[in-house]
Write a protein that binds this ligand. Structure first.
Ligand code: ATP
Ligand code: MG
Length: 267
């Protein structure tokens, strides 16, 4: 069965794309067939972090010029990338119909995909919420700052109120260590549970990492490079990947990727 995971955050710049890219590579290293769909339309940059040129993008699909299959880029890490468009105002304002068509068209990836990772736009826009509601799991990335807590909370609230989503996985990015990350999660969870009837699952943290930052500049995903120099980051993504595949799923009856089929596998 093909499963789907949307990465969201509320606040921008907290590391959604870094996490989407490296998590995809980690899942591929763990033996899964992975497709990464960049749904951050207009500001898409997964292909930049992946080091791909992306001649055709999802904006060509939305414009009717190409099919989903035309956009698939097979990357050296084994991940299939579907790049988003960049700098296109109309893509920023993707309408409901285009979003729904895209979710339906993703069906063609079923045979070549065990796990679909969707890099969602920042904020609590209709796009971010639609792509979250269409996935089996939503991973919300936060960092240990009040602005990230507020925006992460606002995203969860909007997704919960508007679509009934109730299960959210949480990853803490840019943490000093596991203990600090867990404290941030506990604080965030206390805020969310005070006001919302939702279930949050802590799946792990990504350490603050100069190597990760350098990998973005070099356009070579950190986990795609073999080195002992990033053992901590590698282990962090292994933990996140395993916990995430075992985390509770949402089973809404709206429009879902792959018709919302439920993963047989857990972990
Ligand atoms: N764990 C980390 N340690 C150090 N720097 C990080 C880490 N994660 C992300 N960054 C840096 O933070 C910046 C933002 O990361 P990224 O582009 O992944 O965020 P984003 O949430 O996708 O942003 P946007 O909302 O614009 O899509 C980048 O410069 C990246 O190198
Ligand atoms: Mg991004």
């Amino acid at each position: 069965m093909t499963q789907s995971i949307t990465i969201a955050s509320g606040k921008g710049g907290v590391g959604k794309t870094c996490i989407s890219v490296n998590l995809s590579i980690k899942l591929a290293q763990l033996g899964r067939k992975v497709s990464l769909l960049d749904a951050d339309f207009g500001l898409a940059n997964s292909h930049i972090l992946m080091g791909c040129n992306a001649k055709k993008t999802l904006s060509d699909v939305v414009a009717g010029r190409n099919s989903i299959e035309d956009v698939i880029e097979k990357t050296s890490s084994g991940v299939q990338l579907l790049a988003g468009g960049s700098g296109l105002l109309d893509m920023l304002n993707l309408d409901n119909k285009a979003r729904y068509q895209l979710i339906r068209n993703v069906e063609v990836l079923r045979g070549s995909t065990d796990v679909l990772i969707v890099d969602a736009p920042a904020g609590a826009s209709d796009s971010a919420i639609t792509f979250a509601a269409a996935a089996d799991r939503v991973l919300v990335a936060i960092v240990g700052e009040p602005t990230s807590f507020m925006d992460g909370y606002a995203f969860i609230k909007a997704a919960h109120v508007e679509t009934g989503l109730s299960k959210f996985s949480i990853v803490v990015n840019m943490a000093r260590d596991g203990a600090e990350a867990k404290r941030h999660f506990d604080k965030f969870q206390a805020i969310a549970l005070r006001f919302l009837d939702v279930e949050l699952t802590y799946v792990g943290h990504v350490p603050f990492s100069a190597a990760l930052r350098r990998s973005v500049v070099a356009r070579k995903p950190l986990l795609a490079t073999r080195s002992e120099g990033h053992r901590l980051e590698d282990e962090a993504f292994t933990t996140i990947a395993r916990n995430l595949l075992a985390a509770p799923v949402n089973t809404g009856n709206g429009l879902r990727f792959f018709d919302g089929n439920l993963p047989a596998e857990q972990g």
